[in-house]
Design a protein around this ligand. Structure first.
Ligand code: GLY
Length: 337
């Protein structure tokens, strides 16, 4: 089949590579490949850390996609950060958050022990005055920019700025938080601001947690980069970096890891996460002839990219979509009237 993929973020590119590997004639269309949410993403492969109450279906998908990541990253030649994740809290309220997450994970059959601050610092000596921690041994991370670069290299001249004149048999819309009509209403932008720092603070694990109620995460990379994220704000305006967002992230991150105070602040940027009404992605047919969606991945675009690629390619080849992800679950036709 001749397939056009609109959008060269990690999801669109992963879908395109999967379709190419299945023998389809694929063109990816994007004027600025890899410059959307994938460019901001920290790359946590974190089904446990990002499990939410009431989202057990999404958690199951996250676990399934996390299981694909080792061979997927190896195939792309991109390393995985697999030293695990530490969930941490500073004050009594934060400790409760850590305990609540451990209880939630227990409902998914994952037993997580809550440690005190001393035990946490024995694991990560760079930590500040945390009072609670839990080891999420299976939550990993990957550098999304490295993944995007590898996917773009695999696709080569198939990635173009303008849609080809010859029409496709199938079109895959993978434009993140900005879907074209008539699908635009299916996603909302949820702004996330994120920082990149550089310095040797001696952090080995990914940290996620709460600092006096402020959620924050720190993702260390092997080359000394530290990604600090992320704010979360529902809004209609352009995704700009705000002074308050940067201040809150830096306050929280330096309280968790005081040595960060000496790190170089290299980059601050903001992008919109593509949230759907039920926070589950849209993967499959739209109901319009030959038009498919691979969008709405909200906080999980990187984690869910390998699974999405498979499911989307299956759908393009005629398989029935997973009802949990079927874009038609929001009654597209009704909404259009
Ligand atoms: N998955 C990380 C975030 O949404 O900030």
């Amino acid at each position: 089949m001749r397939v056009h993929v609109l959008g060269a973020g990690i999801v669109g590119l992963a879908c395109a590579v999967e379709l190419v590997e299945r023998g389809h004639d694929v063109t990816v269309v994007d004027r600025a490949p890899g410059s959307g949410a994938s460019h901001a993403a920290a790359g946590m492969l974190s089904p446990a850390g990002e499990a939410w109450h009431g989202e057990s279906a999404l958690h199951a998908l996250a676990v399934a996609s996390a299981g694909l990541w080792s061979p997927y990253a190896a195939g792309l030649g991109v390393p995985l950060h697999d030293s695990g994740t530490l969930l941490v809290g500073i004050d009594a309220g934060d400790r409760q958050e850590v305990e609540r997450q451990a209880e939630l994970l227990a409902t998914h059959g994952e037993q997580v022990e809550v440690l005190d601050g001393r035990a946490a610092r024995a694991l990560e000596p760079s930590l500040g005055r945390v009072t609670a921690a839990a080891v999420l041994a299976h939550d990993r991370a990957v550098d999304p920019r490295a993944v995007v670069a590898a996917l773009l290299a695999a696709l080569g001249p198939r990635v173009v700025a303008q849609r080809p004149i010859v029409g496709p048999d199938a079109t895959v819309i993978a434009t993140g938080a900005r879907l074209p009509a008539p699908y635009a209403h299916l996603v909302r932008g949820v702004r996330g601001e994120i920082l990149r720092l550089r310095g040797d603070v001696g952090l080995t694990r990914v940290l996620r947690g709460w600092v006096r109620g402020e959620p924050v995460y720190l993702v260390p990379r092997a080359d000394g980069e530290l990604v600090v994220g992320a704010t979360s704000e529902e809004h209609d305006g352009p995704p700009v970096v705000t002074a308050g967002g940067v201040r809150r992230l830096l306050d929280a991150a330096t309280e968790l890891v005081p040595g960060l105070d000496r790190a170089e602040l290299c980059e601050a940027l903001a992008r919109d996460r593509p949230g759907t009404p039920d926070n589950r992605p849209l993967v499959g047919p739209t109901g319009d002839d030959g038009i498919f969606l691979a969008a709405g991945h909200f906080r999980h675009g990187v984690l869910l990219a390998p699974l999405t690629a498979r499911l989307l390619a299956d759908a393009v080849e005629g398989a029935a979509p997973d009802p949990l992800l079927d874009p038609r679950r929001f009654s597209l036709l009704e909404d259009r009237c």
